[in-house]
Design a binder for this molecule. Structure first.
Ligand SMILES: [Zn+2]
Length: 151
């Protein structure tokens, strides 16, 4: 684990109108996905219209927060300064247990508020079960991060 300059901030997601509920639920410690009330298909990213049945009606379904690592990358510099300070870290793509067609991008970390490089990359395996945790960024939104179910 490396230390980094606290004056350098990681980029905050900027939720749009359709995506705002995702971050609102995350702030409450819930991973929810937008789900069509017409055909019951979950969808991501959030958007007004269902791509399967064209319904404009949806609700936000609570998930268990469980998933599996579908893929990952280990970014190396050149990176923005706040990211370079923590490189090499990981960016994982998580396939949700209840909605395997939905894959969320995030970071695998040792705890919700740990640094991006808090998990040794040699421990990352495609297919490994993970669990969502919630990290409130300094002065920003709450983002979903991931813990290995079997650290
Ligand atoms: Zn639909």
């Amino acid at each position: 684990m490396t230390t980094h300059d606290a004056t350098q901030e990681l980029l905050h997601p900027v939720p749009d109108e359709d995506g705002a509920p995702f971050f609102d639920y995350a702030a409450c410690g819930e991973l929810r996905v937008q789900t069509c009330t017409g055909c019951h298909e979950p969808r991501f990213p959030p958007r007004p219209c269902c791509p399967h049945c064209q319904s404009f009606d949806s609700l936000w379904t609570k998930t268990s927060g469980r998933g599996r690592i579908w893929s990952y990358v280990l970014p190396h510099p050149p990176l923005l300064p706040a990211y370079a300070a923590q490189a090499p870290y990981n960016v994982i793509l998580v396939e949700l247990a209840e909605a395997p067609r939905i894959r969320l991008v995030g970071n695998l970390v040792a705890s919700a508020d740990a640094a991006l490089d808090s998990v040794d990359p040699v421990r990352i395996r495609i297919g490994a079960p993970v669990q969502a945790v919630f990290h409130t960024m300094p002065g920003g939104p709450t983002v979903v991060r991931w813990l290995l179910e079997r650290p």
